[in-house]
Design a protein around this ligand. Sequence first.
Ligand SMILES: Cc1cc2nc3c(=O)[nH]c(=O)nc-3n(C[C@H](O)[C@H](O)[C@H](O)COP(=O)(O)OP(=O)(O)OC[C@H]3O[C@@H](n4cnc5c(N)ncnc54)[C@H](O)[C@@H]3O)c2cc1C
Length: 388
Amino acid sequence: MKNFDADVLIVGGGLVGAALALALKDTPLSVLLLEGREPAFDWPADSWDTRIYAVSGSSRKLLEQTGVWAQLDAARLQAVQTMLIFGDSGPELRFDAPEAGLERLATILESRELQRALWQALQACPNVTLLTPAEPAQLAVDADAATLTLADGRTLSARLLIGADGAQSWVRRQCAIEPQTHDYRQFGVVANFSAEKPHRATAFQWFRTDGVLAWLPLPQDRISMVWSCPAALKDELLALDALQLAARVAAAGGERLGALQTITPAAAFPLRLNHVPKLVAPRVALVGDAAHTVHPLAGQGVNLGFGDVAELAGILSAVLPARCGDLDILRRYERARREPVYLMQGVCHGLQQLFNNNNPLLKAARNFGLGATNQSAWLKRQLIRQAL
Ligand SMILES: Cc1cc2nc3c(=O)[nH]c(=O)nc-3n(C[C@H](O)[C@H](O)[C@H](O)COP(=O)(O)OP(=O)(O)OC[C@H]3O[C@@H](n4cnc5c(N)ncnc54)[C@H](O)[C@@H]3O)c2cc1C
């Protein structure tokens, strides 16, 4: 009988890997969570993370079930009640939570606050062991186990290895799973501002000829910006000082919230679509950005990752620990996730391509489409239901 260091070994303790470890806390499975970077949670209390997520209702449910939602500071959470979307000319599209029978469309939260709450909750889980900093160097898979050799020479074996190690996943590379990558040749430029006028729990999004600009509401009339734009505009925005940046962003949003003041300087992330053809291999499963990336225009990247977590944790908690790494069990996970992931990738990619185009006919059609959608309460309800 083989000795395992854990039933489940998760590589990557970002939001998705940590959420998976936590979602397994009430199962008989032993879990090892390995993270390359030692987590640091010592930022000033009055600062705001530029990494902001619009968390959907189903992600919230997962975080509530794991007990982590209750640990978040409610004063740093912001409900989204309304979403206003503008084309590059003409009509706007408006979504209201009550119109769709919802209490809110999404909740805005800071990445690092959620990360901290997840790691704190994990420290109280008797079946989860945290290993950080630790760097995997080699992976060997046989019929019963996945065995990791770490850079410091230690070996760790488990019935199931999870790749939760982000878009450049090391685990995925070891399994020779090649993603099909589409480089948008765009960057997501993020920064936070305080606004002169109240945002009234509204998220704004402009499909502009120079990219997609989003303002997400934060508590106390602050907003977080994600501007998905080409490299030249990214360089221009990053070169501006705080005053110039605030003026530029306020003008780009038609001064909807009056004057802005920069509270967190701009940073930029390259934007790529990763379509990963296989989510599982013998004794291995991929979750989160290791399994898929999407354009951030719909703010769905981490929500898709939490969808992976809910599905995989549900499947694993219903099987005997001895079977948790069996390929037929892992294939159930892959089958369940294929459609929602493809659908979200397709919608985000399609919208990005539709608006990143100067063809006058397309321009007329897309703006007509926005206006027509806005006239149909039924269609809007369906869109909200899909997004949730
Ligand atoms: C500009 C921008 C805006 C976005 N906005 C939104 C939004 O509003 N809503 C939303 O849902 N999503 C959004 N996303 C997407 C979201 O950021 C990602 O989907 C999410 O962070 C993925 O989480 P993850 O845990 O899978 O990966 P990551 O966050 O990349 O975490 C991977 C972890 O693995 C660790 N790791 C990596 N390699 C190794 C290794 N070899 N060994 C050990 N550890 C390793 C890393 O240190 C890290 O902690 C946005 C993305 C961008 C770029």
